[in-house]
Design a binder for this molecule. Structure first.
Ligand SMILES: NC(=O)c1ccc[n+]([C@@H]2O[C@H](COP(=O)([O-])OP(=O)(O)OC[C@H]3O[C@@H](n4cnc5c(N)ncnc54)[C@H](O)[C@@H]3O)[C@@H](O)[C@H]2O)c1
Ligand SMILES: N[C@H](CO)Cc1c[nH]c[nH+]1
Ligand SMILES: [Zn+2]
Length: 433
């Protein structure tokens, strides 16, 4: 990690200190992704298969997972893993169900009833990453809220493994959420296929899920395309920002930083502390723990872009965190809850020493599909509402138009929109007659 002292940096250096690695590489990724999207739009399944050969090194005839593959997948898992997936699914469902918004209706004037009703988005496309490590937990984070929302058609894409199969735990988790249409396709090509449709992969109304820089950029581009699809949020390479005080446990803090660093070389981890001794101890712990990690090479690459920043106070650390808007924020602080009101922008917050971010990743119940790249300033993590559209309804009685019609007439006149005015005036006259 790069060590720095916030109060010794000039404004330009501070901005640089909070830049994400993905932001630095975005221009090259954007061009590569744009070419892939064009290819899939032009050549459909042939292009998806060609990209799978090119980027994943796998030649696939059929991309759709068959019933036999689902059956084999279930039997490949240990009972302990099946039980863990089931347990996590239940807790995720419980938390998400509690947060479901309901329809509502009220009279805004006598005889004027306004309502908001909710409808599930009909066809949704889910992306479950599996480039460097398959993430069955992501299948739950996407599949559980999609099921609670009642989406009629759920399509899921995930990159194939070396032998051309889909990861069995991802398939088990998908089935657990009632998902049966799974395609072995990854990266930008999978996003393009779900956004534009191919002969085998259906076109979806909205796309959900995290992924690497290619997946995230593809989502951004299809959301802007005229005939593309809506997206949930930018949910790219993982980020964690830890604010630790002198009482924090260096081994815990190091493990939390490494748990995001091991996701990918472009993960970003940041430590803010007002205590030099703590920063030294965390750095030493990172070195010790790194050696024992199977994915040490990936974590090491991520750490080259990461920062350990000495701040003047915990209050200053909170200000810096709000400016950065991390995907995950860990407050390894004494009386962590008392700092929560200061948090303005973060995907998910972990309070105290006993809430490692890994619990939120898997099984506390909250969703791990969270905004990255600073998007936490304006959007939250995935919820059931992400899979729904809200439709407003108004029903007006004659006494209702008599009550509020004159207001509309006045505003229509001011805007010079005479047909609008007439639509109300004619009814006011009919009611008065
Ligand atoms: N923000 C969130 O909510 C969240 C949640 C979970 C995971 N993540 C992130 O998701 C990411 C998963 O990344 P991953 O790589 O393991 O899996 P992935 O499935 O996102 O990407 C793998 C695919 O990328 C494509 N690809 C690889 N190299 C390419 C190249 N040079 N050009 C074009 N396409 C290429 C391949 O088609 C491959 O199938 C990680 O960065 C992780 O941190 C984020
Ligand atoms: N930390 C990731 C979100 O950034 C989610 C995840 C899945 N599996 C493990 N972690
Ligand atoms: Zn994680």
């Amino acid at each position: 990690m790069i060590r720095m002292d916030w109060n010794a940096l000039d404004p330009g250096e501070r901005e640089q200190a909070l830049r994400r690695p993905v932001q630095l590489a975005q221009a090259t990724t954007a061009a590569a992704v744009s070419a892939i999207l064009d290819e899939v739009q032009r050549d459909g399944d042939d292009a998806v298969r060609a990209c799978t050969r090119r980027f994943d090194g796998i030649a696939l005839e059929s991309m759709q997972v068959t019933d036999e593959e689902f059956a084999v997948a279930g039997s490949e898992l240990t009972p302990a893993l099946r039980a863990a997936i089931d347990e996590a699914a239940q807790r995720i469902a419980r938390f998400h169900e509690a947060g479901m918004t309901s329809a509502y209706a009220l009279e805004t004037a006598p005889g004027v009833r306004c309502e908001r009703i909710l409808r599930a988005i009909q066809r949704v496309g889910l992306y479950v990453p599996a480039g460097s490590a398959p993430l069955p937990s992501t299948a739950l984070m996407l599949g559980v809220p999609a099921r609670l929302a009642g989406c009629a058609e759920v399509v899921l894409c995930t990159p194939p493994r070396r032998d051309g199969s889909a990861d069995p735990a991802v398939l088990y988790a998908a089935r657990r959420c009632g998902i049966t249409r799974v395609y072995k396709a990854g990266g930008a090509q999978a996003i393009a296929a779900m956004a534009f449709g191919t002969d085998s992969i259906p076109r979806c109304d909205k796309l959900f899920g995290p992924g690497n820089a290619y997946v995230t950029e593809a989502k951004r581009q299809v959301a802007l395309a005229d005939d593309g699809a809506a997206i949930d949020m930018p949910a790219g390479p993982s980020e964690v920002l830890v604010i630790a005080d002198s009482g924090a446990n260096p081994a815990f803090v190091a493990a939390d930083l490494l748990s995001q660093a091991e996701h990918g070389p472009d993960s970003q981890v940041i430590l803010l502390s007002d205590d030099d001794v703590l920063i030294d101890a965390v750095s030493a712990e990172i070195d010790t723990q790194l050696d024992a990690l199977p994915r040490a090479d990936v974590a090491r690459q991520a750490l080259t872009g990461s920062r350990a920043i000495r701040v003047g106070s915990i209050a200053q650390a909170l200000d810096i965190s709000n400016r950065y808007a991390p995907e995950h924020l860990i407050l390894a602080l004494r009386d962590a809850r008392s700092w929560l009101p200061r948090v303005q922008a973060a995907g998910s917050v972990f309070l105290g020493d006993w809430a490692p971010e890994a619990l939120g990743d898997y099984c506390s119940g909250t969703n791990h599909v969270l905004p990255t790249s600073g998007a936490a300033r304006f959007i939250g993590g995935l919820t059931v509402a992400s899979f729904q559209v809200a439709i407003t309804v108004q029903e007006v009685e004659p006494r209702g138009i008599a009550a509020i019609g004159p207001c509309a007439v006045e505003l229509a006149s001011a805007e010079g929109l005479h047909a609008h005015r007439q639509a109300v005036v004619l009814r006011l006259q009919a009611v008065a007659a």
